[in-house]
Ligand binder design. Structure first.
Ligand code: 5GP
Length: 220
């Protein structure tokens, strides 16, 4: 990823978990509390729900256009979920990360694992419902899908949950505030990971070089 050498790259944080677990709400709350983050707006061939706006919730496009962008390499990862394409546009994510802005993504499990294969430093976080009943209740309360779609979403959820072990972190979303705190702590800690401190370590090593050159012992 092309970076400005004086800027530390932002994090790529993939949040996954079954439909209805609350990924969207968690992301919204994270963005309210952290100014160093942005949401990656996905592209989808699914039609908008009554309360969704193009360019805000998703970029809504046709299947043909989506496939054209895949061919052009403009989609970093994509998945087909319940007969519709969902994918991450490449350019906005690359630009944000290069500017030191961290990007939060809301992805299917397949999409998360594909992105992790491309960007091994990406953080993968699985959001788990507190129970099957809680997830079903949330899907029904949302009122945006009919019964048959809810049943299909629950079936997909079962297979998604079995993939949680392949993620870096798992958070059980039983309390929104506590979930956001945990996710925020994970992101803060990640900034101090040794691999991410390379530039700062090198700069400090340079500053201290005169001492090691003049034969000072590294021991006390
Ligand atoms: P929904 O139709 O409920 O908005 O989203 C369905 C599923 O697609 C959710 O599990 C959501 O996480 C996932 N999704 C949304 N955007 C993307 C994306 O860009 N890539 C992938 N792989 N999945 C996405």
């Amino acid at each position: 990823m092309a970076t400005n050498p004086s800027v530390d790259e932002g994090l790529i944080i993939c949040l996954s978990g079954p439909s209805g677990v609350g990924k969207g709400t968690v992301i919204r709350k994270m963005l309210e509390s952290r100014s160093d983050m942005r949401h990656s707006i996905s592209m989808t061939s699914r039609p908008p729900r009554y309360n969704e706006r193009n360019g805000v919730h998703y970029h809504f496009v046709s299947r043909d256009y989506f496939e054209e962008l895949i061919r052009q390499g403009e989609i970093l990862e994509y998945d087909e979920y319940m007969d519709n394409y969902y994918g991450t546009p490449a350019a906005p994510l690359r630009e944000a990360v290069a500017q030191g802005i961290s990007v939060l993504l809301d992805l299917t499990v397949v999409g998360t694992l594909a992105l992790k294969a491309k960007f091994p430093h990406a953080l993968t976080v699985f959001l788990m419902p507190p129970s099957q009943a809680a997830l079903e209740k949330r899907l029904r309360r949302r009122g945006t899908e009919d019964d048959e779609i809810i049943e299909r979403r629950l079936a997909v959820a079962a297979s998604e949950i079995s993939q949680a072990v392949n993620f870096d972190y798992v958070i059980i979303n039983d309390d929104l505030g506590s979930t956001v705190d945990k996710l925020s702590s994970i992101c803060t800690a990640e900034h101090s990971r040794t691999e991410r401190m390379d530039k700062k370590i090198t700069r400090l090593q340079e500053e201290f070089r005169q001492y090691t050159k003049s034969g000072e012992s590294l021991e006390d």
